[in-house]
Design a binder for this molecule. Structure first.
Ligand SMILES: [Zn+2]
Ligand SMILES: [Zn+2]
Length: 179
């Protein structure tokens, strides 16, 4: 969903709360397994534009032990700031100059400027794209379908979560056979 934040930018200090429900991201990004829902507050803090709040969704991941795909519920605390001079709206065809208090362009780091480039289109703020990027950062390096996942038999590849294989304990060879 893209929000037009013109009104907000014309009123220093103003804030608005929005209910978020991003359904379509599931179709756009195979790693997102559920709608992203929650609440965000947009605030024109004069020196920067703030987005805060909390959202939840689920990520589709492959278990590092048994390799089965599973959905991991995640909750994300959103606390982002954006350069306000990038999103100054037009008023009567003329761009509204950035406030004197605005953090100067050179003081923002490059990663954030790249992110801002992706989610800002004039006064349109792409909430879905921001949240997509933030929730993907929640993916653990070693995702586990469950803490107690028993993994795969190193010899026959059987998934121990579904039962035992023929190799049972000491009966398998000391090293996996070469194929
Ligand atoms: Zn597993
Ligand atoms: Zn086995």
């Amino acid at each position: 969903m893209k929000y037009d934040i013109t009104e907000l930018l014309l009123h220093p200090g103003r804030r608005i709360k929005i209910d978020v429900r991003e359904d379509d991201l599931r179709n756009l990004d195979p790693n997102i397994a559920a709608p992203i829902t929650g609440q965000l507050t947009f605030q024109n803090a004069v020196e920067a534009f703030l987005v805060t709040g909390k959202v939840k969704t689920a990520l589709r991941l492959d278990c590092a032990r048994c390799l089965e795909p599973f959905a991991l519920p995640v909750e994300v605390e959103v606390d982002e700031q954006f350069p306000i001079h990038l999103i100054q709206p037009q008023k009567g065809g003329k761009p509204v100059p950035a406030p004197k208090e605005a953090v100067p362009e050179d003081d923002w780091d490059e990663d954030l400027m790249d992110l801002a480039d992706n989610i800002l289109d004039g006064p349109l703020f792409d909430v879905g794209e921001l949240l997509r990027q933030l929730v993907l950062l929640e993916a653990p390096l070693q995702p586990l379908c469950q803490e107690s996942c028993r993994g795969l038999c190193p010899f026959c590849g059987c998934n121990f979560n579904n039962g035992q294989c023929e190799c049972k304990g000491g009966n398998h060879p000391p090293t996996p056979p070469l194929c």
